[in-house]
Design a protein around this ligand. Structure first.
Ligand code: COA
Length: 249
């Protein structure tokens, strides 16, 4: 079996690549745990200056593995998806994302917690939580209305409307939209490498200051969303919608 998370070290840069192409890089419990461990390692290792998260130039991720959601739904806030997101939120090193193709569910949510996000213009982002009988996760119900206003955020969170990489950049969800998937990944790599020559202490203090502003409120919202999300995963609405995807063919 090939490794669904490829780890690559290039000087002070740690690259985490999602690599499950036959399933559109859908994230399994094992993949979350691997990502979380790598982020914790990056946080603790003084020789790592920055982390780059990417998929391929065709696909970022189709979100949580739906089979996993049905078979072993996360029961509490220590389960693998929560462990991964906690590691991302706690990572003091800058995290850069390179995004092309689909970024669904947690694939979009996680971008809200990266520092610099490069997308292809035609990337397809979507948070179909309501469509799956679920609810927003990891602070998106706080962050998106603040960024976009309630009415626009409602289109994304209540209706689960898809939006493009170009729109993500226009709305401040992404840093920049590039003309192709290859260009988005190349730009993300180029920017992540910039941290090689920036003073790491100053970078970390600056990130900490930027993130401190909302930390307590964000923590409370994430806890509330998490409790509702784990409940909803066991609801008849969610079970019917998730089973519908599995049985669609
Ligand atoms: N969990 C598990 N498997 C998934 C998956 C997911 N989230 N997303 C895609 N896959 C699998 C498909 O079942 C298919 O596997 P198969 O070939 O063994 O049947 C394979 O990946 C390719 O997916 P497919 O749907 O054929 O690709 P597509 O290009 O037509 O569509 C998506 C891509 C992402 C739009 C579509 O797969 C999709 O909507 N996935 C679900 C996204 C989602 O709701 N995520 C959860 C959010 S909480």
């Amino acid at each position: 079996m090939t490794d669904a998370i490829l780890l690559q070290r290039d000087r002070g840069l740690l690259i985490l690549q999602l690599n499950r192409p036959d399933k559109k890089n859908a994230l399994t419990r094992a993949m979350y745990s691997r990502l979380a461990e790598a982020l914790e390692q990056a946080d603790a290792d003084p020789t790592i200056n920055a982390v780059l998260i990417q998929g391929s130039s065709e696909c970022f991720t189709a979100g949580n593995d739906i089979g996993d959601f049905l078979e072993q739904p996360p029961a509490d806030l220590d389960s693998p998806p929560f462990y991964f997101m906690k590691s991302l939120l706690n990572c003091r090193k800058p995290v850069v994302a390179g995004v092309a193709g689909v970024a669904v569910g947690i694939g979009t949510t996680l971008l809200l917690h990266c520092d610099l996000v490069y997308v292809s213009r035609d990337a397809r982002l979507r948070m179909p939580f309501v469509n799956l009988g679920l609810c927003p996760e990891f602070g998106s119900s706080l962050i998106l209305p603040r960024l976009l206003g309630h009415a626009k955020a409602a289109e994304l969170l209540l209706l689960g409307e898809e939006f493009s990489g170009a729109q993500a950049a226009e709305w401040g969800i992404a840093t920049e939209a590039l003309h192709s998937g290859e260009a988005a990944l190349a730009k993300a790599r180029e920017i992540a490498e910039r941290f090689e020559v920036l003073a790491p202490g100053a970078v970390q203090v600056t990130k900490q200051l930027m993130k401190n502003v909302d930390r307590e409120q964000l923590r409370q919202v994430i806890e509330e969303e998490g409790a509702l999300f784990t409940q909803r995963l066991r609801s008849p609405e969610a079970i019917a919608a998730l089973s519908g995807f599995i049985n669609r063919r």
